[in-house]
Every structure is written in C-alpha cells, then in structure tokens.
Design a protein around this ligand. Structure first.
Ligand code: PRP
Ligand code: MN
Ligand code: MG
Length: 181
C-alpha cells in the first residue's frame, strides 16, 4: 500500500506537539468560560480532529454541533465563495458559541461564519483554530484561541485535506509539490 506519509516534504507539527498545544488552549477555554454553558461548533469536515481532541481535553460539560461550509473546490486555492452545505441543529439565541476550526487561511470562511452565527442571536461568538497562516490573510479575523501560526505552504493532515485525502494523518505536514503539480 502507498505510504501517505511519503507524500509530505516536511512534518510541521507532530501529533505530540499538537496535543500539547491543545491542552494549553483548553486550560484557557476552561478559565474563560467558567460558570457559563458552552456550545462548540465544528466546521466540517476539516475540524473533525480538532473538535474530537479539544472536546475530550476539556474537563467540563460542553455541547457540540456541526456546520458544513465550503470555500474550496478540489484545488489548493481559496475561491472566497462560502456555501452552507449543512446547517446547525441548535438554536443559538443567548448561547456562548465557540467555533472550532482546523485552519485560517484567507480568513474568508471564518469572517463570514462569525457574522452568520452572530446574526442568529448568540450571546458571544469566539473562534478556536489550530492553525493560522498570517501570510495568506485576505481579511483580518479576530481569533481568541490559535494553536500555531504557520508558513504559507500547502499543509495537510489532522483533518486538513488535499482533494479529500490526507485528513487521517496524525501529524500536520507540507504536501510535497510533486503530489499536486
Ligand atoms: C478549509 C479549512 C477551513 C477553510 C480555511 O476548508 O478547513 O475551513 O478552508 O480557508 P479560508 O480561511 O481561506 O476561508 P474547506 O473549505 O477546504 O473544506 P473542508 O474543511 O471540508 O476541507
Ligand atoms: Mn474546513
Ligand atoms: Mg478542504
């Protein structure tokens, strides 16, 4: 069988580094939301791994809901077009909402999503993103919890895909150019 790890030119973040950072973020989240109900909103599909690990690392009750939006096609470029593919099941009125994302690239998805969720009457809408690419930003997004700022390379793994593959890698790595060129 093909070794998917072999399609990486570099491992950026190991599984252990990711989990250590998530633990730190979760201690901040526990402190910041003490005494308040918390709804985690995961953005399908990339945020599945972050959601699984953040939710289990939190030593408190949470609720989970999911939205599916898409800003990318099968390629590596952001189109800026955000579509709702699956909406939330929860009523957000008065809720403290924490959006869980894998990566902020151009920022277009999250700036749109924060506006959209705020307009539904949430009390607060904050963002937790494992990765952020400062050099790729097209709009500024105020992110309360960021795992790592990374270079503007095409990264995959830990939920992040290239043409729907590589999401199941435990590490985050740079996709070797020969794979997509
Ligand atoms: C990716 C990623 C973020 C978004 C970031 O999702 O998971 O959700 O793009 O890009 P942006 O900051 O430029 O908007 P994608 O649309 O590829 O869907 P997926 O999560 O199903 O892979
Ligand atoms: Mn996504
Ligand atoms: Mg994607």
């Amino acid at each position: 069988p093909a070794d998917i790890q072999g399609d990486l030119s570099e491992v950026l973040l190991s599984e252990a580094e990711i989990h250590a950072r998530i633990a730190e973020l979760c201690r901040e989240i526990e402190r910041d939301y003490e005494g308040r109900d918390l709804l985690l909103v995961g953005v399908l599909r990339g945020a599945v791994m972050v959601m699984a690990d953040v939710s289990r690392e939190l030593r408190r009750h949470i609720e989970m809901d999911w939205m599916a939006v898409s800003s990318y096609g099968a390629g590596t470029q952001s189109s800026g077009v955000v579509r709702i593919l699956k909406d939330l099941d929860s009523d957000l009125t008065g809720r403290d909402v924490l959006i869980i994302e894998d990566i902020i690239d151009s920022g277009l998805t999250l700036s749109w999503l924060r506006e959209n969720l705020s307009s539904r009457g949430a009390a607060t809408v904050e963002i937790c993103a494992l990765l952020r690419k400062p050099a790729a930003a097209k709009v500024e997004v105020d992110v309360r919890y960021v795992g790592f700022d990374i270079p503007n390379d095409f990264v995959v793994g830990y939920g992040l895909d290239y043409a729907e593959k590589y999401r199941n890698l435990r590490a985050v790595g740079v996709l070797a150019p020969h794979v997509y060129s």
